[in-house]
Design a protein around this ligand. Structure first.
Ligand code: SF4
Ligand code: FES
Length: 257
């Protein structure tokens, strides 16, 4: 005769089994590039077992750890915070750590490739330097003049709200590398730099808004934007990137911010 405690445990185990997903076999089709081996990039297929609730990043780890240690990609936090694992997954820019297998049709091969518009160094790793240079160029820090205040710089809730959306940027480059203008010549500052300029231009405590606007009034600045909304669609933080760019354009015309 089984005890009530044992029955309870077995019922709990049954319930856990019912909610657990079955592993499925998926194919990752990865664009590989190693300049030490060939000047051409090639697609390579890997088959692996994954729980559909796992993420593309988990699949990449499994391939690297169990099948091919040379597979090269960036990642750090694995939780959508550091911005280091933006890649093109099934043709769309996404964070590998935020993309669940079940959400991207695992019945077909899942394509994974480096983001576009930046030089590929190896496999899924691109040279981020031009991206970060554009970021540095817009002075992404608070600029104030005069004497240091003796107490904190105060700001109303309404004034803080003006740039709340653009504070969420994690510099993943998903927006900039989804922009056709950026693909064309790579000189355009790109959406991410403008988002980070917006964050300070509309900060009531900052005193370098005019300077940032002049930087973005350049031939490679905001006027290159063709409002395709690719950037807004690509942003894993849900930032209204195109709207921020429009607000910077308007501030350039009206000089009100
Ligand atoms: S605006 Fe969004 S997509 Fe662009 S770098 Fe920031 S977080 Fe990434
Ligand atoms: S690994 Fe940090 S955002 Fe994906």
């Amino acid at each position: 005769m089984s005890s009530p405690t044992l029955e309870k445990h077995s019922a709990a185990l049954d319930a856990a089994e019912n909610t657990a997903s079955e592993n499925i076999t998926v194919t990752f089709r990865i664009r590989r590039f190693n300049p030490e081996v060939s000047e051409e990039a090639t697609w390579q297929d890997f088959q692996l077992e994954l729980d559909p609730k796992e993420r593309v990043l988990d699949g990449l780890h499994k391939i690297k750890w169990d099948q091919d240690g040379t597979l090269t990609f960036r990642r750090s936090c694995a939780h959508g915070i550091c911005g280091s694992d933006a890649m093109r997954i099934n043709g769309k820019n996404r964070l590998a750590c935020k993309t669940l297998i079940k959400d991207i049709n695992p019945e077909k091969p899942i394509t994974v490739e480096a983001i576009k518009g930046l030089t590929v160094l190896k496999d899924l790793v691109v040279d981020m330097e031009p991206f970060f240079q554009a970021y540095r160029d817009v002075m992404p820090f608070l600029v104030t003049k005069g004497n240091e205040p003796t107490r904190e710089r105060r700001q109303s809730a309404e004034d803080r709200e003006r740039f709340d959306d653009t504070t969420k940027c994690i510099l993943c480059a998903a927006c900039t590398s989804s922009c056709p203008v950026f693909w064309n010549d790579g000189q355009y500052f790109g959406p991410a730099a403008i988002v980070n300029a917006h964050r300070f231009i509309f900060d009531s405590r900052d005193e370098a808004g005019e300077q940032r606007l002049e930087i973005l009034n350049d031939k490679d600045g905001v006027w290159r934007c063709r409002t395709t909304f690719n950037c807004t669609d690509a942003c894993p933080r849900g930032i209204e990137v195109t709207k921020a760019i429009q607000e910077v354009k308007r501030a350039l015309i009206t000089r009100r911010f």
